[in-house]
Design a binder for this molecule. Structure first.
Ligand SMILES: Cc1cc2nc3c(=O)[nH]c(=O)nc-3n(C[C@H](O)[C@H](O)[C@H](O)COP(=O)(O)OP(=O)(O)OC[C@H]3O[C@@H](n4cnc5c(N)ncnc54)[C@H](O)[C@@H]3O)c2cc1C
Length: 352
């Protein structure tokens, strides 16, 4: 069987790329191993338009956010599930300095920052020492449902191979047709997340993977109307549970959950949360981050039938829908990819 594209990886990146290519009338074969703790499976799924201690808006958010909202809504409708909802962040200022910083940013970022009108209502749940700011609108994506339901859809179309892709089996000599274990395609695209930093075609890209941990807890009496943040973030999770995270660890030896992180979360909850809670799970994964904090999108400058869709870093939920469409338009209509995301910016490095 010959496909237009083989895509390696079905995280949020591979999901959107395969969806867009199918929408454009192309045939795809997605190859993905069933690993439990990939970045997309452990991510909280938040799209937050402003981040960091300086509370600045994130790159291209005015374009990425409305695009993502549409894309998750349409994909969800196609699959018969709800994949996105607006859930705003209540940002509990941890220090007087952070409270002042938020107040200073309020008039500048009035599209996204507010002071909640009902601050007193949260005092029964949390210790509120320096006030609360609201980030609005924020969105919560149900990545786990999306991955499972899209996987089932691909399976039903005979478009999914649930196995570990072995690059030694890839035959690329014929520029018109690549072959993998008896499957042919015009091109192959790697949406392989953190594994991409070991990919022989793309390992020279400036990946800077980081480890992130999350704890899953029962907090039965906490209203699921918001995401709550004070150093750690509490995000509504499936089955009435809460996702609590995270870390950004650049120097790590393994992907195991650490006692340190659990202790940090417990100590933070002790000071902040007034409700009883019970920890039920704890996991970790690697973010496919990179030094430039911009995605890697496009075909290899030398091996022109081998492509990459990676480098989503901490923002896979907002970057993947938009850049999957740009990549598809580039493949199908030779449209331009944003030069800041186009992997052509690394032509020199990749041509070595
Ligand atoms: C704790 C944590 C919290 C996060 N929270 C958020 C958040 O709130 N919002 C946000 O936008 N982002 C968040 N992120 C970042 C987000 O998870 C990533 O940007 C995104 O998931 C990357 O998606 P991906 O598809 O590129 O990679 P992945 O999700 O890693 O997907 C890659 C896929 O490729 C498969 N694969 C790799 N190699 C092979 C192979 N050889 N054979 C077969 N299959 C292979 C893997 O099994 C996997 O399924 C978070 C990350 C972490 C770790």
């Amino acid at each position: 069987m010959t496909y237009d594209y083989i895509i390696v990886g079905q995280g949020v990146a591979g999901t959107f790329l395969s969806w867009q290519l199918l929408q454009a009338g192309k045939t795809v074969l997605v190859i993905d191993e069933a690993k439990p703790f990939t970045a997309s499976k452990v991510a909280s799924g938040v799209i937050n338009p402003v981040t960091g201690r300086r509370i600045v808006r994130t790159w291209m958010i005015e374009t990425l956010l409305p695009f993502a909202l549409d894309a998750y809504t349409i994909l969800g409708e196609q699959l018969g599930v709800n994949l996105i909802e607006q859930i705003n962040i209540l940002d509990f200022h941890p220090t007087p300095q952070m409270m002042l910083a938020f107040k200073e940013r309020l008039p500048v970022e009035s599209d996204y920052l507010r002071v909640p009108t009902n601050e007193a209502a949260y005092q029964q749940y949390f210790s509120v020492t320096f006030g609360i700011g609201e980030i609005n609108p924020c969105y919560l994506v149900d990545l786990r449902t999306m991955i499972v339901v899209w996987r089932n859809y691909l399976k039903a179309q005979n478009a999914l191979l649930e196995t570990t892709f072995n690059i030694d089996e890839l035959k690329t000599q014929n520029l018109e047709l690549i072959t993998y274990n008896g499957y042919n395609a015009k091109a192959i695209i790697f949406a392989d997340g953190a594994a991409g930093s070991d990919n022989p075609y793309f390992y020279l890209l400036p990946y800077a993977k980081n480890k992130g941990q999350a704890i899953i807890a029962e907090i039965p009496d906490l209203p699921r109307t918001n995401i709550y943040k004070q150093g750690i973030t509490l995000v509504p999770w499936q089955d009435n549970l809460w996702w609590i995270g995270s870390t950004y660890e650049w120097d790590f030896k393994d992907l195991e959950p650490s006692v340190d992180f659990r202790n940090k979360v417990e100590s933070q909850l002790k000071h902040w949360l007034k409700l009883p809670y019970k920890i039920v799970d704890h996991f970790a994964s690697e973010r496919p981050a990179n030094l430039e904090r911009r995605p890697f999108v496009g075909m290899h400058p030398v091996h022109t039938n081998i492509g990459v869709f990676n480098g989503m870093g901490t923002k896979g939920c907002s970057l993947s829908p938009y850049f999957a469409k740009q990549f598809t338009d580039a493949l199908v209509h030779q449209a331009a990819i944003n030069p800041l995301a186009d992997v052509k910016r690394f032509t020199k490095i990749l041509s070595r």
